[in-house]
Design a protein around this ligand. Structure first.
Ligand code: CMC
Length: 423
């Protein structure tokens, strides 16, 4: 792994030799772990140049627009796989055989129901609370309901928690939505597949059980696949950091949900629709583009740009195709969706966005599809959290199995040196 060496010259000190680590693909990484012995740390707020861990789950080449899960390109998974197979792949490292897949699907179906008492917990929240606020609370509380298998040092317990989380997230997300609407909660139906069951729990009522559209179920499944994992992003890093302390998996996933909520991360899909509301009409697009370019204005074009993808977001490509399919199938004529398409066209041809490699990201299109499916804006980030849970838990499992030390970054202190109280 470490053939090359890097040499660091620090003025007034002996040169420091640092090993250079090589992964299977991607840039080499300078191993700075021994640097503390010299009395120095590295400074990298925002982690632009820092690998926080070693991982075998997901690989991203931001310049080339490549995203691989366990080596398989996201485009192939989106076209030829389904969400539960992708979950198995992320969790276990290999695609399942037919028998393994059937067993996995069966296991997930066996865990879809949540503890009845969770309903009382749900009723403690205000009905007008943001669904992400309720999600953070409910998922965090799962450890109070499922403490029979919380020994993180037991691989079987880790597996059961992973299955419970993947199985219960759609049920919890739909519960949160139904509660906000004042409608009766719908129990999961194990004769439906993962995405159909989610749409059933979201949109059916005990008074009217309508069949689930296969086009919408397929689009939903694709949204789940495209959001399943994304390497060491802010929420996944949060899950790893929380998990490194030995916290239980439900608490760690609740921390991930909190980190995902921000508009610079998972909250962007909701922010796209809020922004479209604000823009209102195609005639205002130029005005808002000018705001986005103005350095004195905090406004940013939501759904554009990415920390890692600087040419295109491969997920956005697939999502755009799904978006066209869904809009075509539903024959939707929504002025807001037309506005989104116009905004995309104008921004893509604007030199400011071209020079900075700012392209529509996955959340630009996912927001539009979710709206077309009939999912309210406030639930968009919840759907992201539902889909990303498998990525979070896969990273958590990988980290616990690797025995990683507690995460404890250092700092560059620029506050007061020691001083005495003035009394
Ligand atoms: N609108 C206008 N200008 C932008 C935007 C935007 N959406 N994004 C970046 N820029 C500008 C930025 O002002 C900077 O300009 P300059 O070089 O003149 O100072 C330049 O582009 C580079 O941007 P940056 O802020 O250094 O890039 P970053 O890697 O720190 O930020 C980002 C990435 C995603 C936080 C940012 O692009 C952004 O806030 N986008 C809007 C929010 C969004 O859509 N987030 C979802 C990301 S995809 C889902 C996920 O994986 O979580």
């Amino acid at each position: 792994m470490a053939d090359k060496k890097a040499q660091l010259i620090i003025e007034g000190a002996a040169p420091v030799e640092l090993p250079v680590l090589t992964g299977t693909v991607g840039p080499d990484v300078i191993d700075v772990r021994s640097l503390t012995s010299t009395g120095h740390f590295t400074f990298d707020p925002g982690f632009m140049s820092t690998a926080s861990c070693e991982s075998k789950i997901t690989y991203i080449d931001g310049d080339k627009g490549i995203l691989l899960h366990r080596g398989y390109p996201i485009e192939q998974l989106a076209e030829k796989s389904d969400y539960l197979e992708t979950c198995y792949l992320l969790l276990n490292g290999e695609l399942p055989t037919t028998e393994q897949k059937a067993k996995f699907v069966d296991t997930i179906k066996n865990h879809t129901i949540v503890h009845e008492q969770l309903k009382s917990f749900l009723h403690g929240f205000r009905r007008d609370a943001h669904p992400m606020a309720v999600m953070c609370g409910i998922v965090g509380a799962l450890s109070a309901f499922y403490h029979d298998s919380l020994d993180i040092n037991n691989p079987q317990h880790r597996e059961i928690s992973a299955h419970r989380l993947v199985a219960k997230m759609p049920t919890i997300a739909a519960m949160v939505y139904k509660y906000s609407m004042g409608q009766p909660l719908m129990y999961p139906r194990n004769d439906l597949n993962y995405s159909e069951n989610f749409l059933h729990m979201m949109f059916n009522t005990p008074a009217e059980i309508k069949p689930i559209s296969p086009v919408l179920a397929k689009a939903m499944d694709r949204i789940f696949i495209l959001h399943a994992d994304h390497e060491q992003n802010a929420s996944t890093s949060t899950v790893r950091l929380a998990g490194s302390t030995g916290a239980n998996p439900f608490a760690c996933i609740a921390a991930g949900i909190a980190a995902l909520w921000g508009p610079a991360h998972g909250g962007a899909n909701e922010a796209v629709l809020t922004m479209l509301d604000e823009i209102g009409d195609v005639s205002n697009v130029e005005k808002f583009l000018a705001k986005a370019k103005d350095k004195n204005d905090p406004f940013k074009l939501m759904g554009f740009g990415h920390r890692v993808y600087k040419n295109f977001d491969p997920r956005a490509k697939v999502m755009k195709q799904t978006c066209d399919e869904v809009l075509g199938e539903l024959g939707i004529n929504d002025p807001q969706l037309e506005l989104a398409m116009k905004l995309e066209e104008i921004a893509l041809n604007d030199p400011y966005f071209a020079e900075r490699n700012l392209y529509p990201n996955v959340d630009f299109y996912s927001g539009i599809i979710l709206k077309a499916i009939g999912i309210p804006t406030s639930m968009f980030t919840v759907i992201f959290a539902l889909a990303r849970t498998v990525g979070w838990i896969s990273h958590w499992k990988e980290m616990i199995a690797s025995g990683q030390k507690i995460g404890r970054p250092r700092q560059l202190y620029t506050g007061h040196p020691q001083r005495d109280l003035p009394r």
